[in-house]
Design a protein around this ligand. Structure first.
Ligand code: NAD
Length: 248
């Protein structure tokens, strides 16, 4: 299928599906300046091994080293702005063509773009919690402490170590993942955008969809079973799909 046909077919599937969900990964945010994991040269994996550094074990062993690796990076995520791909998904939802977004990203850019139904299956950077007394604080509380030289940042109540409410490697997935899996039961079409579909169990969600459209710059293990694969930038491909929808 050539590019134009793939974009038109994706638009037809969205129009005809009745219930479509999007599954997004780090690739949808690279055009907002946030590096993904696996893009050659620019992905975080070319600088470090996130499975080692971003694991719950690594955090517990040496929280100060964890914060040295991630605090500035994650503060940067919080300053980022949505790009046209995030806005395109928000527009599809507004027009009744998308029932929601399941995202592996912690950057909050879908909500900033206006998406309302968002399942953040790997957590978010809005809040953090104390590992000792479980008290919850805004992420800014943690950031201000780190920036002021307190590493690891500690609880305002009991001085326990604070950790962001993100899912680290080795953590069990929380309620958001199971809610997303449940939402997918009633979904006819999954639109996977900017994800390598290699991080489990989230990637397994792609198996459950009746129909699958993949927008990703590089091949994924699910390309063979997808109805449509568009191998291009998320913002360009989604803009193309929006334009094609207007002509149907
Ligand atoms: P990944 O790095 O494994 O894959 C990203 C994919 O997106 C790659 O295959 C790449 O080819 C593609 N891509 C990159 N830029 C693109 C663009 N502009 N348009 C289209 N495709 C593009 O990321 P993943 O699948 O999300 O891996 C999962 C893990 O990455 C998750 O655990 C997630 O929490 C974590 N992560 C999140 C962020 C974030 O919050 N923005 C950033 C880095 C990593």
């Amino acid at each position: 299928m050539n590019y134009e046909n793939a974009v038109r077919r994706a638009a037809e599937l969205i129009k005809g599906s009745g219930r479509t969900l999007a599954l997004t990964g780090a690739g949808i945010s690279t055009e907002s300046g946030i590096p993904d994991f696996r893009s050659p040269g620019t992905g975080l994996w070319s600088r470090m091994d996130p499975v080692k550094v971003a694991s719950s074990e690594a955090f517990l062993n040496d929280p100060a080293a964890f914060y040295r690796a991630f605090a500035e990076l994650w503060h940067g995520y919080r300053q980022a702005r949505p790009n046209d791909a995030h806005y395109a998904l928000a527009r599809l939802e507004k027009e009744g063509l998308l029932s929601g977004v399941i995202t592996q990203n912690i950057d909050g850019l879908h909500q900033k773009a206006g998406s309302r139904a968002v399942w953040e299956v790997h957590g978010n950077l809005r809040t953090c919690r104390c590992l000792s007394c479980s008290q919850s604080f805004p992420f800014d509380f943690l950031w201000e402490k780190y920036r002021g030289g307190e590493n690891p940042p500690r609880c305002g109540e009991c001085r326990g170590v604070l950790r962001p409410n993100v899912v680290l490697f080795g953590d069990p997935l929380g309620g958001e993942f199971y809610a997303a899996a449940k939402a997918l039961e009633r979904c006819r079409l999954l639109l996977a955008v900017g994800t390598s579909l290699t991080v489990y169990p989230v990637a397994s969600l792609a198996q459950r969809a009746e129909r699958l459209v993949i927008v990703n710059r590089e091949p994924t293990p699910y390309d063979g079973r997808a109805d449509v694969v568009i191998r291009d930038s998320a913002s360009k491909a989604l803009a193309g799909i929006l334009a094609a929808l207007e002509k149907i």
